[in-house]
Design a binder for this molecule. Structure first.
Ligand code: HEM
Length: 262
């Protein structure tokens, strides 16, 4: 664990003036907001067949973003690296206890409780995407669809908790954490800034996602370019992929047909 990244700077240099410090590099910020958009987007349109192709594309996008973040957690800048997270269980306890005092401990990077919450979020999104892939491609046992739904709901609950924690933490520390995730910058005393914004990596990340959405990178179970065509005509994707109905929808259709025959 890097002390510079995770220790409260104020305790060591209380007299140093606060200044603006780059904390979240561009790839980390892009990852965050694209993950939030793709996961929430996929969740909102998950019911029904109409947006099935877009739902799958958003799920694959979230999975790709997680894969990128795991890599970036090793080779990214100071506060993005997993070694810079405050993991120690003792630190979690101390941090949570300090929240009950008038001077809660301040971390420039992720705080100890946040570090664990982030891993839970990454795991929840990854497991939801993996089971979604299996359902969409008819791989694995029938309970996979239920598992996908349970995991998606559990992850949404985690997201709600995450957003609430961001609000509470912002109020306690009197700093706007959501804005810092947009600008990358926080005000801190004597904190070591991240090495840079890593623009080329951010541009490459967006480029890879654009290539995926226009069909240059294939999506499992979907014809190339199907996302673009199903945005204008959502049912086209299902017409070309009649096998992509969910089990629940198939059951419903079969029940409808049975009642029609009666
Ligand atoms: C829409 C409302 C959201 C807001 C305002 C928000 C805000 C934030 C903020 C401020 C942080 C940095 C926390 C810190 O300072 O330690 C963060 C981190 C994170 N958030 Fe969110 N978040 C939102 C939605 C989501 C969603 C929907 C997901 C996942 C599905 C998500 C996943 C994450 C992850 C994985 C991190 C760690 C970032 C990293 O180190 O790469 N967030 N979020």
């Amino acid at each position: 664990m890097s002390l510079e990244s995770s220790q409260p700077p104020a305790s060591a240099h209380a007299s140093a003036p606060a200044r603006e410090v780059l904390v979240w590099d561009l790839p980390t910020r892009l990852f965050h907001w694209l993950l939030a958009a793709s996961f929430l987007g996929a969740y909102v349109i998950s019911e029904g067949e109409r947006w099935r192709a877009i739902h799958a594309m958003l799920g694959y996008t979230a999975a790709g973003l997680i894969a990128f973040r795991l890599l970036w957690g090793v080779v990214g800048t100071r506060y993005a690296r997993f070694t810079g997270f405050a993991w120690a269980p003792r630190a979690v306890g101390e941090y949570l206890r300090s929240l009950l005092t008038a001077t809660p401990r301040h971390y420039v990077g992720h705080n100890p409780a946040g570090s664990w919450a982030i891993i839970a979020l990454l795991a929840g999104v990854a497991a939801t995407a993996a089971t979604g892939w299996a359902v969409f491609n008819d791989v694995g046992p029938g309970w996979m669809e239920d598992a996908h739904e349970v995991l998606a709901n559990a992850t949404i609950a985690l997201v709600a908790f995450h957003v609430a924690a961001v609000v509470v933490s912002s109020l306690l520390h009197r700093e706007n954490l959501a804005r810092a995730m947009v600008t990358g910058v926080k005000r801190a005393r004597d904190a070591v800034p991240a090495a840079g914004n890593r623009w080329p990596v951010g541009i490459a990340l967006v480029g890879a996602l654009v290539a995926f959405w226009v069909g240059w990178i294939p999506a499992p179970g979907l014809a190339p370019g199907i996302a673009a065509s199903s945005l204008t005509s959502p049912n086209a994707a299902i017409a070309k992929h009649p096998g992509r109905e969910s089990r629940r929808e198939r059951d419903r259709h079969e029940a409808d047909e049975r009642s029609d025959h009666r």
